[in-house]
Design a protein around this ligand. Structure first.
Ligand code: 3MF
Ligand code: MG
Length: 346
């Protein structure tokens, strides 16, 4: 194999959480973002995933100057810790003006808020030298399918992409698809939808996707195939590796914790597709479980990273010639047994 990829890893400050869930309050003490930055490198991570208000808390109430001053402080903090901002995502699901979605809201005033907020997000990204904007389209959907004109909603999403591309010719947009939660029915539920929007946009080379393993599973799809589809179109901007035990709430379990073979196949597809060779991050989006004590809790991050790297070793130590031969002879039973034995350490 020529020059195996040396992966770099990222996570977002929300991945070190206090354990609150819809049924109970926080169970661990809060840990400020500034203190979290110092943890990244020692834990084996160099990329930071951000929401706009992770960089500038309360940004809606600040003047543009104050917003950029705060972003400048964060840029200096990252530089001090040797960290790279991987992306900034506009948080369009907290504010009362986003109850019906942002870009697809039925209220013109709320759509205007979503666009203002998106421009601010891009300004913040530029201020911290970050070139990627992630769109997790959280509330762009409905709980009542008749509530919105879906065709119009998709047009509005496309208009937003084009407006973003015009506003900032130096950025890429990575759409993070998810089929449900917090809405019942979300627009852009799969990477296929995201890639179609990318091709329909005015600059397809700057619109890509971010695939989260659990989101693909919640759509009833195989994450490795979703990744392969994006890679085949050179549209895999990043990944959020994690796991999900069936069609439930969004669990964000540790990578490989629910289905090790599916995790192996994600690693295989990423390795085969050359993902990471241009500096793309292995992003994690894993949740700290409520039962874990201590502050901060970080084992879920280091464990997921270790599982990923162990699976990379498994892929690289596989008998690749045997796999080719078994594919050619179509002895898929033997292929499956070989893969499972290899994963078992035989
Ligand atoms: C939701 C998610 C989000 C996004 C993040 C960045 C909490 O299911 O996965 O993480 O990844 O908002 O877009
Ligand atoms: Mg995610």
């Amino acid at each position: 194999m020529s020059n195996p990829t040396a992966y770099r890893f990222s996570f977002g400050p929300w991945n070190i959480s206090e354990g609150g869930d819809p049924f109970g309050p926080e169970v661990r003490s809060a840990f400020p973002h500034e203190a979290k930055f110092a943890l990244y490198r020692p834990l084996g991570f160099e990329g930071v995933q951000f929401h706009d208000d992770d960089v500038v808390p309360g940004l809606d109430d600040l003047s543009p100057e104050a917003m950029l001053t705060k972003a400048g402080e964060v840029k200096a903090m990252l530089a001090n810790q040797g960290l790279i901002p991987e992306f900034v995502a506009p948080r369009l699901w907290f504010d009362p003006r986003t109850v019906d979605g942002g870009y697809t809201s039925n209220s013109a005033a709320d759509r205007e808020y979503a666009w203002d907020r998106t421009r601010k997000c891009i300004d913040i990204a530029r201020a911290i030298d970050c070139k990627a904007i992630v769109l997790w389209l959280a509330r762009e959907g409905t709980y009542f399918r008749e509530a919105k004109d879906a065709r119009l909603a998709y047009q509005r999403l496309l208009e937003t992409l084009n407006a973003m591309l015009d506003y900032a010719p130096d950025i890429e947009i990575w759409i993070e698809p998810k089929p449900n939660e917090p809405t019942d029915l979300a627009y852009v539920p799969t990477i296929g939808h995201a890639v179609a929007l990318a091709y329909a946009s005015k600059d397809p080379s700057r619109v890509k996707g971010l695939i989260e393993s659990a989101h693909a599973l919640l759509a009833g799809l195989d994450p490795s195939d979703e990744m392969a589809f994006a890679l085949a179109h050179d549209k895999l901007g990043s990944v959020h590796l994690n796991d999900q035990n069936g069609l439930k709430y969004d669990q964000d379990k540790n990578f490989g914790a629910a289905n090790l073979r599916a995790a192996f196949n994600q690693v295989r597809v990423l390795e085969e597709g050359g993902y990471g060779s241009r500096g793309e991050f292995i992003g994690l989006d894993v949740k700290a479980v409520r039962t874990q004590t201590g502050s901060p809790v970080t084992a879920h991050l280091t464990n997921s990273r270790e599982i990923f790297l162990r699976l990379v070793e498994k892929y690289r130590s596989m008998d690749h010639a045997l796999v080719v031969a078994l594919r050619e002879s179509r002895d898929y039973e033997a292929l499956e047994l070989y893969i499972i034995k290899h994963l078992l350490g035989d």
